[in-house]
Design a protein around this ligand. Structure first.
Ligand SMILES: [Zn+2]
Length: 264
């Protein structure tokens, strides 16, 4: 898999003596979690994993070099059963996913490290990440953090409709890939699909509402796209990438210094 992680921040490029020399109390290890799953007719299976690596890599470049922060190799496979039925989707169950995170947490804790951030870029993993962050804190005493997606940037320029229902393979994901790996985007194969209309809010919605229905992509999106990739561009992707990397870097720096309240 392609990587944008700087060599000097890549945990797996160290040897064990170098790991042994890291400051155990203050080193922050970042565990990326993503997915290998269908992303419509126009984006590759690895989209969520590529975006994770891209945002994290650019964020790590922005950090002060003296902060001991390292990226672990990603957990490529996620809980993607919403995309089962599309060839290429490789999903693990919730219990498998949580067991992998639990076992990695055990190894990290056994080595004496104290700080771990779960950096997730696949929506299907989100609830499991929140569960595991607390469980790793409780079971191993790890100071565990959860960080999701683009670090909360506003995505200026996105329509209200895309902002609300552009979940998957839409304008944001397509723009990120156009900026970084344009050869992996098939611009002739865009399809558009929204599962709800932001102008007609209903009590029962697919996401972000008190009353939701559990959806499977194959029930609601023939092409696998949930959103509109047509307004995507490399320019937008480059701008959002820079903003997201800045936000992710700021979050990592706060986590690295936590709980030192005198830090900025
Ligand atoms: Zn995705």
């Amino acid at each position: 898999m392609k990587t944008w992680i700087p060599d000097s921040r890549n945990f797996a490029y160290l040897n064990w003596k170098q790991v042994d020399a890291l400051p155990r109390e203050s080193t922050l290890l970042v565990l990326p979690t993503a997915a290998i799953e269908q992303h419509g007719h126009h984006l590759p299976l690895a989209t969520d994993t590529l975006i994770n690596n891209l945002l994290l890599g650019r964020a790590l470049e922005k950090l002060p070099p003296e902060l001991p922060i390292y990226a672990l190799p990603p957990v490529h496979y996620g809980k993607s059963n919403e995309h089962i039925g599309f060839p290429g989707t490789l999903s693990v169950s919730a219990s498998t996913f949580m067991a992998v995170l639990r076992d990695l947490g055990a190894s990290i804790s056994t080595a004496g490290f104290k700080k771990l951030v779960l950096y997730n870029t696949h929506g299907g993993n989100t609830s499991l990440i929140d569960v595991m962050a607390r469980d790793l804190r409780a079971e191993f005493g790890l100071r565990t953090f959860a960080l999701h997606g683009s670090g909360g940037i506003p995505f200026e320029g996105l329509s209200a409709q895309e902002r609300a229902y552009g979940f998957h393979a839409g304008e944001v994901e397509t723009s990120f890939l156009l900026a970084a790996v344009p050869d992996l985007v098939d611009r002739s194969a865009y399809t558009v699909n929204y599962i709800a209309d932001v102008e007609k809010p209903q009590l029962l919605r697919p996401e972000n509402a008190p009353a939701v229905f559990a959806w499977l992509t194959r029930d609601i999106a023939e092409s696998g796209v949930l959103g509109d990739p047509r307004p995507s561009s490399a320019q937008k992707g480059t701008r959002w990438l820079e903003e997201a990397a800045t936000h992710v870097a700021a979050a990592l720096e706060v986590m690295s210094r936590y709980p030192d309240s005198s830090a900025k």
